[in-house]
Design a protein around this ligand. Structure first.
Ligand code: HEM
Length: 392
């Protein structure tokens, strides 16, 4: 068995994700199944990632997310079983496919409104015009908060992402002030619902919920924070990847535009190839054997969901999007921390792609540069997806 010291080394921050994601994932995979990057170990194969994600007793999330320095408990991502199980029992019913389907008409109306405005313009940048505003509107709608707060929420989201990004420098006083504003905004709304809870929105229902002892105000605040951290930029990223992919692939675009029943399969395999969450951290609770190596206790291990999703041993032709199957992918994670919002994310993506192609079946990338992602970052998001569009 190989000792930790001779594990292959690469610095994930130096991989060429910005210009060429396929090359970056290949380079990482070729470096090995358990690769050292600085002080961390990166697991790259589907088998190793699956093992670690399903063993929270050996790979702890609680300790891994401490480094984000969140002022509130990040419910449920930074909590290990068995406590985590109670939170998921409470929360899963709120995000079930059935509950999400109840929101479909209103969310579809909002997607259509944003896309109507784009169709009227004849050109757009998908990122600021659609991919950023829509998930923020969805959050406000689900939690019964005023849609007029959308642009403030986007600003707060950007500041807390900067605040919690381990690779960014110390937050500036402006960033700190904006993060505090979000905290105050959510705290005030929670207090207001506590005193006069009448609505049918998710915030009111979470506050009234008594199942399993219910959730405290501080836990609900932590969940709202996490929703902003985990549920906005991820969808922004996926919308950008989806429209950029279709803009550059006329055959696939025509198939989708002619037959909306292909959209769910497209979304699934797009998420596999272009998963917005490249890595997620864990910390080992004891010496662990994984991918033929011993990883010592207290090591930060990065689970490469993006790498696992392009593992050629699991997926034939791993770098291409296919719409003729429904492979089980890693984009929403594995094990107990599997994404709470996966049904919501799928709904958002399907609504956007349906409403978009009902109005704009023909479009192409504007300019001569391929869209690039930000790197290094926690969420792989295209910076800009400028399109020329021909309304249908
Ligand atoms: C395409 C969009 C999305 C992607 C790719 C995505 C991806 C992920 C991944 C990979 C995880 C697992 C993290 C880990 O193992 O440490 C996760 C967890 C989570 N996601 Fe998502 N997510 C998306 C959208 C959303 C949305 C819309 C919400 C809003 C509710 C959300 C809320 C959460 C929460 C609360 C967790 C933590 C679950 C737990 O720890 O039990 N996500 N997500």
């Amino acid at each position: 068995m190989t000792e930790l010291g001779v594990t292959a080394t690469t610095n994930i921050n130096d991989l060429p994700f910005r210009e060429n994601r396929t090359r970056a994932w290949r380079e990482l995979r070729e470096a090995g199944e358990a690769v050292r990057s600085g002080e961390e170990i990166v697991l790259t194969s589907a088998e190793a990632v699956e093992f670690a994600a399903k063993r929270p007793d050996l790979f702890s999330s609680a300790r891994a997310f401490d480094r984000l320095g969140s002022p509130v408990p990040l419910v449920p991502i930074a909590i290990d079983p068995p406590e985590h199980t109670r939170f998921r029992r409470i929360l899963d019913p709120f995000f079930s496919p059935k509950k999400m389907a109840e929101r479909e008409p209103e969310l579809r109306r909002q997607a259509a409104e944003l896309i109507d405005a784009i169709a009227a313009k004849g050109e757009c940048d998908v990122v600021p015009d659609l991919a950023v505003p829509f998930p923020s509107q969805v959050f406000l709608t689900l939690f019964g908060l005023p849609l007029a707060d959308r642009d403030r929420l986007v600003q707060w989201k950007d500041s807390i992402l900067e605040f919690t990004d381990p690779s960014s420098a110390e937050p500036t006083p402006e960033v700190m002030a904006l993060a505090l504003e979000l905290f105050t905004y959510l705290t005030e709304h929670i207090a207001e619902r506590r005193s006069s809870a009448t609505g049918s929105d998710m915030l009111t229902q979470l506050i009234q919920n008594r199942e399993d002892g219910g959730m405290s105000d501080n836990e609900i605040l932590g969940l709202c924070f996490l929703f902003v951290l985990a549920g906005l930029d991820t969808v922004t990223a996926a919308v950008g990847f989806a429209l950029a992919k279709l803009a550059g692939d006329a055959d696939l675009r025509r198939q989708i535009a002619n037959d909306f029943s292909l959209i769910p399969a497209f979304v699934e395999d797009l998420l596999r190839v272009e998963g917005p969450v490249p890595f997620t951290p864990r910390v080992t609770t004891e010496d662990v054997e994984v991918a033929g190596r011993i990883v010592p206790k207290d090591t930060t291990v990065m689970l490469s969901y993006g790498g696992a999703d392009r593992d050629p041993l699991r997926y034939p032709d791993p770098d291409e999007v296919h719409i003729d199957g429904k492979p089980v992918h890693f984009a929403f994670g594995r094990g107990p921390h599997r994404c709470l919002g996966s049904h919501l994310a799928r709904l958002e993506l399907r609504l956007i792609l349906e409403e978009w192609h009902a109005r704009i079946p023909e479009y192409s990338l504007a300019g001569d540069k391929e869209p690039c992602v930000h790197w290094p970052t926690g969420t792989l998001t295209l910076e800009s997806v400028p399109l020329n569009i021909k309304p249908g």
